[in-house]
Ligand binder design. Structure first.
Ligand SMILES: Cc1cc2nc3c(=O)[nH]c(=O)nc-3n(C[C@H](O)[C@H](O)[C@H](O)COP(=O)(O)O)c2cc1C
Ligand code: SF4
Ligand code: SF4
Length: 263
């Protein structure tokens, strides 16, 4: 249940709130200040579109005054800048052994709160493994699981020879998880993890999806339990994290764009 308030003295009846609201929760009348429709608070998904679009800051969502919000005015980084970030992101599999300060990881996670989620549920939770020894231990648990399944891609053999192909010696691990009951949880977690991945690159960090961990955790619950993931949550995103050891000097090619244009 959301709380929607419109300050009548500020409302110019422009109707923008109604136009942008995904569920059309406003009654706009040229003769009086706009008001939320009956039971609007129940249907509202708290996306904040109305608050963001109102030219006079007349709308308060859950008691937050519009003039206390971060401004969305001013120029955004240009397309070329963002594209550079996207094409220069690489899966990092060689890490320095120095730890990343928690505040550095936290500022990325904080920004990722703005990634889209189905019906704005915002139910992506994170577990961050800060201790390099703990990351290694988790890699060992994954190897034990793969050992039982039959060695894949020489993962177990490599481990037995002292090479960690699960976590690649990354000092940290970042895991996204969400409620098993939410049908879109996997998509939401994957989107958020991907955004983390990109922002980490912008922050000078290296990441790589920990696919073996995701596979093992999906089939063997003790791995999620070992990470302290709540019983009713499922792990959907996992990234190795640390400072990259090697610089990448070129952008390799990708497959040509595969797009069908229905015109
Ligand atoms: C998996 C997923 C499915 C979504 N499906 C719809 C949809 O069918 N219709 C729609 O209007 N918005 C859809 N959205 C958008 C969300 O409602 C939106 O991300 C959320 O309200 C937060 O608003 P924002 O993206 O503007 O920050 C979807 C988002 C995600 C991540
Ligand atoms: S966008 Fe703001 S000013 Fe315009 S009708 Fe809605 S509440 Fe009133
Ligand atoms: S927060 Fe989103 S859903 Fe709620 S009233 Fe505003 S625009 Fe509509």
């Amino acid at each position: 249940m959301q709380q929607l308030t419109i300050l009548p003295e500020r409302c110019t009846r422009c109707g923008r709130c109604q136009r942008v609201c995904p569920v059309k929760l406003f009654s706009v009348d040229p003769l009086r200040a706009t008001v939320p429709r009956e039971n609007a608070g129940e249907a509202c998904i708290a996306c904040g579109h109305c608050v963001a679009a109102c030219p006079t800051g007349a709308i308060q969502l859950n008691g937050v005054r519009a003039d206390t919000l971060e401004s969305a005015n001013g120029p955004l980084p240009g397309f070329d800048e963002i594209r550079r970030l996207v094409v220069r992101r690489r899966s990092v599999r060689l890490y320095q052994q120095r730890v990343v300060p928690r505040a550095e990881i936290e500022r990325i996670l904080d920004a990722v709160r703005w990634s889209p989620t189905a019906v704005n549920n915002q139910q992506v939770s994170w577990t961050v493994v800060m201790q390099p020894d703990r990351v290694k231990e988790i890699a060992g648990q994954v190897v034990d699981f793969v050992r039982l399944k039959g060695d894949r891609n020489g993962l177990v053999k490599a481990w037995d020879n002292g090479f960690d192909a699960v976590m690649r010696g990354a000092p940290h691990l970042v895991v996204a998880h969400g409620p098993a009951s939410l049908p879109w949880s996997k998509t939401d977690c994957v989107i958020a993890t991907t955004l983390f991945d990109t922002l980490a690159r912008a922050a000078g960090l290296g990441t790589c999806w920990a696919g073996y961990l995701l596979w093992a955790a999906a089939e063997h619950r003790p791995i999620a339990e070992g990470l302290g993931i709540p019983d009713d949550h499922v792990l959907h995103g996992a990234l190795m994290l640390g400072y990259p050891l090697a610089a990448f000097l070129r952008v390799p090619t990708r497959n040509p764009l595969a797009a069908t244009w229905l015109e």
